[in-house]
Design a protein around this ligand. Structure first.
Ligand SMILES: [Zn+2]
Length: 121
């Protein structure tokens, strides 16, 4: 018996069924563009922004911290105040798992960024 692929639209509960996964994904994409164009565009925009300049992911910050303060600072300097709050919380939650030198780098980066923000950066 051939496997039947099924899926449900995350936006309107429309059901999709197909014998081919490729066909099903194509049908979903068609459906999304036809009925949820606005949502698709918002999602694409969000995808483009994540990881872009001024919006590093937690993983990017961790990698930069492991490479040293100057590299981490170059990445963090581009982050604007509204994003910084969320990023700081996210990265800080990993503090217990950081190596001591990485944690020290993170503390320095945080205090430098705090000064930047107070100056309006
Ligand atoms: Zn739908």
């Amino acid at each position: 018996m051939r496997k039947m692929w099924t899926a449900k639209c995350s936006q309107c509960d429309h059901r999709f069924r197909s014998y081919s996964r490729t066909d099903m994904l194509a049908n979903i994409r068609k459906h999304m563009w036809k009925f949820h164009e606005k949502w698709m565009k918002a999602r694409m925009k969000a995808g483009r922004l994540a990881g872009g300049p001024g919006n590093p992911t937690t993983g990017m910050v961790m990698t930069a911290l492991a490479q040293g303060i100057p590299i981490a600072m170059a990445l963090i300097r581009l982050v604007r105040k509204p994003r910084w709050g969320r990023l700081e919380t996210a990265v800080s939650s990993f503090e217990p798992y950081m190596k001591p030198e990485m944690r020290a780098a993170w503390q320095s980066v945080k205090s430098i960024k705090q000064i930047d923000i107070r100056r309006g950066g």
